[in-house]
Design a binder for this molecule. Structure first.
Ligand code: HEM
Length: 396
């Protein structure tokens, strides 16, 4: 697709373009289903003999609400990134007064796809936030810098957080300043403006009523339950090896009863359960604020291109379009920071903490692999960027 321009027929090139889109989206689907499963493990049962979570329901995994939201949010946000790149490169052509008609057409298409993309991204982003509230409440609390739960909770539009230790001592006022949108967090999280949104300390202390009316366990209770599950698995294996059916059945019952908290059995201190609040909080604001900025940006592009004055004469705006290329990438990466930093300490939510997932290999081999990856990917990045820049400079 990239090198085929003018080398193959137009129809062939168009077909390969659509196939690239389709192939990349399908590839993203499987990656995101796997990622979503780690954030919300479902459709599996734990097999104590193989010590694996084994899939029992493919569709529950593939169509989990987290997987669906992640897929559509990621793909539509890529439309935004792609449109920003298309508009930015075309703006560069206009600045250089080359391929003027082609660049203008590309800008028009980019603005339409971008506008549709950003509206869908916001819609699916809202769906993602709703799912996070149900399935990963600690991530939501970190995203909002919410230390003490609230009914009618406001959504923080902008704010500066106190350092985590200070905020833990002053949970009523965890930020130096913030501007909140009244009721919005309760509504966005539970579709009820009066709903209670638990904060970080509530999630540690437990005791508040959950949506289904039961009482939420405290972190300590979950850690005790998790330890029972971990012990029961070890005792089950011993009993099985010794051929003691009665004991292995008993241990299996204990394991199953406590399995939902299995990962908590590896947690030594409840403070480990809190993700990095500052990174999650600021990355979320960066994504939403600059993400929303793209609505204005795409509307402005449509406005300026429709005006009588030639679009190429708005030099400052063309530069802004070029700057939007890295900005869109940064917005997208900040989304990943929210998703992955916010889920810590879990590799698999509630079942496996990151600390238990690391392999027993020496730090020197980790360092060596890391350096090899850094060098290799930097070389690939430089190669890719130089090919792209060369191709853009060359035009067509
Ligand atoms: C403006 C409204 C937006 C909202 C409310 C929103 C909401 C969210 C939420 C809640 C997550 C975390 C999902 C999870 O942890 O499972 C997320 C992740 C993400 N966001 Fe956004 N987002 C918005 C805009 C954007 C924009 C404009 C982009 C990119 C151009 C973007 C790209 C991403 C990416 C790549 C992820 C990681 C994948 C994922 O977890 O879905 N978001 N977003």
């Amino acid at each position: 697709m990239f090198f085929g321009w003018n080398k193959v027929s137009k129809g062939f090139h168009l077909a390969s373009t659509w196939l690239t889109v389709f192939g990349a989206s399908i590839s993203a689907l499987w990656i995101l289903i796997a990622n979503a499963w780690m954030q919300f493990p479902t459709g599996m049962t734990f097999n104590p003999d193989t010590v694996r979570n084994e899939m029992t329901d493919f569709w529950a995994v593939a169509l989990s609400p987290i997987a669906i939201n992640k897929f559509f949010h990621t793909v539509t946000s890529c439309w935004v990134v792609g449109s920003a790149a298309c508009i930015g490169v075309s703006a560069w052509f206009l600045l250089k007064k080359r391929h003027i008609d082609f660049a203008k057409k590309s800008i028009q298409i980019g603005a339409i796809v971008g506008l549709v993309g950003i509206l869908l991204t916001i819609y699916t982003g809202d769906g993602s936030a709703y799912q996070v509230a149900q399935k990963q409440p600690m991530k939501l609390a970190a995203m909002e810098g919410l230390y003490k739960g609230q009914t009618q909770a406001p959504l923080v539009a902008v704010g500066i957080l106190k350092p985590h230790e200070k905020a833990m001592q002053d949970i009523e006022n965890p930020s130096y300043f913030n501007i909140g949108i009244p009721y919005a967090l309760s509504f966005l999280s539970y579709r009820d403006a009066n709903a209670f949104v638990p904060g970080i300390t509530d999630l540690l202390n437990g005791g508040y009523p959950t949506q289904d009316g039961s009482k939420e366990l405290s972190a300590k209770e979950k850690m005790e339950s998790g330890k029972k599950a971990v012990m029961a698995l070890a005792d089950y294996k011993k009993a099985k090896k010794a051929g003691n059916d009665y004991e292995s059945k008993k241990q299996l019952e204990i394991l199953n009863a406590n399995y939902a908290n299995f990962g908590y059995g590896f947690i030594k201190d409840e403070s480990e359960l809190i993700p990095n609040v500052a990174i999650t909080f600021y990355a979320f604001r960066f994504m939403v604020i600059f993400g929303s900025f793209f609505i204005i940006m795409f509307l402005a592009v449509t406005y300026f291109i429709g005006k009588k004055k030639p679009f190429e004469n708005y030099t400052w705006f063309l530069w802004l379009c070029i700057l939007c290329i890295p900005l869109a990438y940064m917005v997208s990466q900040s989304g990943w920071l929210v998703a992955e930093m916010g889920r810590q300490p879990w590799v698999i939510q509630d079942l496996m903490p990151t600390s238990a997932a690391i392999s027993a290999i020496s730090s020197s081999s980790v360092a060596t692999t890391f350096i090899i990856f850094c060098v290799l990917f930097s070389v690939l990045l430089i190669a890719e960027l130089s090919i792209m820049f060369k191709q853009i400079k060359k035009g067509f």
